[in-house]
Design a protein around this ligand. Structure first.
Ligand SMILES: Cc1ncc(COP(=O)(O)O)c(C=O)c1O
Length: 445
């Protein structure tokens, strides 16, 4: 297994494959052996303004020099500037309260705790269940894994996952009503209502979902009736609506947040990744006065994580958001996203193993199948996703593996918004080569 010369160092569980990155600039990673890799995924779909920006490094260094570490409950100039910017230019107007964590999983965990604490504070102690969706991913802490719907990552933790009810996420391509059936969105919304009723509404604290799924489903989007109906159901039964914008937030889908494509009004939203464009570990939990006031009335607070809202990370986030605003990068994500879609359609739409190319802005998922007419999947043993990612690296591009085990062979793209037209062409060309290499190898097996 561990035959790489550095596998005694990294990763934690030894692996034969190590990608040894020594430098990164724009959408390019430079490896120790001098090879250059086109980062078609912005790392874990986080790097949104391109690698190697000195401005961000300088802002972070200045904050480190000014304050170092300050306990999260205190205000610092960096925290204040970031929260002001978020409230002025980014967040929906009703999401006035901001809590900061160091990553998406922590943010999801804090959102769950907040929902539960809100219900206790309002005298609804019986409301503790969080309904999640399949497929979905909200993080790798024990609680967030359990609420999410990622079977592969839940392996061994099924008892925890079983505590929380799951409902289907709209999946047009594979709707049981028929491919892209117009009622798929209503079917899934109805499943939520049925689950709330069967569980007992007075036991349900919240419904948690990504506005557009990240890599678990590979940019699955609901039809236009889904979110309004879900919003209505949550309000009717007093269930808080928690929206995960960790992957889709801060411009990734060509709008500030995925919710803006659907006009959802979440009670709680959380988003990380693009908040710092990947430059520093930081995520935020954003909520309304209504959710927080009952806690304030009881003199309660939401327990912080030691490194939540670190001043250096806040300074990085403030600078990254300033750059996105100054250089109109949300609009650029939409424009480059349209170009990427056209290129993917051109190279892949008729490919015998491509079932669907889906996405928005610069978040794309390509679902591969053994048979595009029947949508039969490759066997899990074929390991198609890893084969495509491996072949991509050999072709000089990094694509992000998507899927949940059950949902599988979804390849995700999420480059920086600054990606050039030429780089988009290279990306599409290299993806075609990687898919061909993986699927031909499978056909020959
Ligand atoms: C939609 C979504 N939610 C939550 C998370 C967890 O975030 P993190 O890995 O920063 O803990 C991720 C990470 O990929 C994600 O894509």
């Amino acid at each position: 297994m561990a035959d790489h010369p550095k596998s005694h160092l990294w990763p934690f569980v030894p692996s034969s494959r190590i990608i040894d990155v020594v430098r990164a600039h724009g959408v390019w990673l430079e490896l120790a052996d001098g090879t250059r890799i086109l980062d078609a995924a912005g790392g874990a779909i986080a790097a949104s303004i391109g690698h190697g920006r000195k401005e961000v490094a300088e802002a972070t260094a200045a904050a480190m020099a000014e304050t170092g570490y300050i306990v999260p409950t205190f205000l610092t100039p960096q925290r204040e500037r970031l929260i002001e910017r978020l409230r002025q230019s980014w967040l929906p107007k009703n999401l006035t309260r901001v809590h900061l964590s160091s990553g998406g999983s922590e943010a999801a965990d804090a959102a769950i705790r907040l929902a539960r604490m809100h219900h206790i504070a309002t005298g609804n102690d019986s409301r503790w269940k969080i309904i999640g969706r399949e497929p979905s991913y909200h993080g790798a802490t024990a609680l967030t894994l359990a609420v999410g719907g990622h079977r592969a990552r839940q392996k061994g933790f099924e008892q925890y996952a079983g505590q929380f009810p799951k409902v289907p996420a709209p999946y047009g391509l594979r709707s049981p009503l028929g491919r892209h059936h117009r009622d798929e969105d209503l079917r899934c919304a109805q499943a939520l209502e049925n689950t709330i009723v069967s569980e007992g509404p007075d036991t349900v604290a919240a419904f948690m979902a990504e506005s557009i799924t990240g890599s678990s489903g590979g940019a699955l989007q609901p039809g236009p009736r889904y979110w309004p109906e879900v919003q209505r159901i949550c309000r009717q039964y007093g269930v808080l609506l928690i929206i995960d914008e960790v992957m889709t937030g801060f411009g990734r889908t060509g709008r500030r947040f995925g919710i803006e494509h659907f006009e959802i009004e979440p009670d709680i939203m959380f988003a990380g990744k693009g908040l710092t464009g990947g430059y520093a570990p930081l995520a935020g939990i954003y909520t309304t006065d209504n959710v927080v006031e009952p806690l304030a009335a009881r003199g309660e607070s939401l327990m912080f994580y030691t490194y939540g809202g670190h001043p250096g990370a806040c300074a990085a986030a403030d600078k990254v958001l300033e750059i996105i605003e100054r250089d109109h990068l949300v609009a650029r994500a939409a424009e480059q996203g349209d170009k990427l879609k056209a290129l993917l359609d051109d190279r892949l739409a008729n490919h015998p193993h491509v079932a669907e190319i889906r996405g928005r802005g610069l978040l794309w998922g390509i679902e591969l199948v053994a048979d595009r007419d029947t949508l039969e999947r490759f066997s899990p043993d074929a390991g198609i996703t890893n084969a495509v990612v491996g072949a991509g690296l050999r072709e000089g591009a990094f694509f992000y593996p998507g899927g949940t085990g059950e949902v599988r062979d979804v390849i995700c793209l999420g480059p920086a918004f600054t990606v050039s037209d030429d780089e988009l062409e290279m990306m599409a060309d290299r993806l075609l080569l990687a898919i061909n290499a993986a699927t031909l190898r499978q056909a020959a097996a």
